[in-house]
Design a protein. Structure first.
Length: 220
């Protein structure tokens, strides 16, 4: 069903705004693309900050001219869909380039730096990393040493929390010289017990040496 003049005007004005606000535009021949595949393409395009619009070549030409581009869309073959990149110049080429890997879509040309480029240029751009991928690589390179340092600090902190000192770099130890044992003094021979001499026996007292008492009778 053909569009009315009013509908075409609405579509053209939408395209004019897209051309004016886009950092880059990629055109693709979508002939043979299935409805389900087209839905997936639009979903991926939105996720990448890209607007994908299907329009007649005449409308694309008029809208581009109103936006300041000297474009004749009829120079591109097939049925055209246009991908407009609002944030990343490479995103439209990557979105349509990825879709071309497993669908019937063919990249046919585009606009970069306000210059009309051919299919070869667009295909080359579709193989470049996106701006987000480049930023991720740069950030990863910048913070790689910092992340390693943070991991080392965390390892030390965890070791201290557990009461175990953090492992240090191995140090080559020299073998210690053997320590000679001090000589042990020989045990002293116990002294022989000293015998205490027995007391000398008292001499017997003879009776003759005993004085007579006065009461003793005189000898005859």
């Amino acid at each position: 069903m053909s569009k009315s003049r009013q509908q075409k005007e609405v579509t053209k004005q939408q395209l004019v705004k897209e051309f004016q606000g886009a950092k880059s535009v990629v055109f693709a021949d979508y002939q043979g693309l299935k409805v389900a595949q087209a839905d997936v393409l639009r979903k991926k395009a939105r996720a990448s900050g890209v607007d994908y619009i299907v329009a007649k070549k005449s409308l694309l030409t008029l809208a581009a001219k109103e936006a300041g581009y000297d474009l004749n869309a009829k120079q591109f073959p097939g049925m055209l869909g246009a991908a407009f990149g609002k944030e990343d110049e490479v995103a439209p080429a990557k979105v349509l380039g990825d879709a071309a890997k497993d669908t019937s879509i063919k990249l046919v040309g585009g606009i970069f730096d306000r210059q009309i480029v051919d299919a070869a240029k667009v295909i080359m751009l579709s193989k470049l990393p996106s701006k987000q991928e480049l930023l991720g690589q740069v950030v990863g390179t910048m913070y790689a040493p910092v992340s390693a340092f943070v991991r080392a600090l965390n390892a030390i902190r965890e070791s201290l929390d557990k009461g175990v000192p953090a492992a240090a770099a191995p140090v080559e130890e020299k073998p210690e010289a053997p320590v000679e044992a001090a000589p042990v003094a020989p045990a002293e021979t116990p002294a022989a017990p000293v015998e205490t001499p027995a007391a000398a026996p008292e001499a017997p007292v003879e009776t003759s040496d005993v004085l007579a008492t006065p009461d003793a009778p005189a000898a005859a």
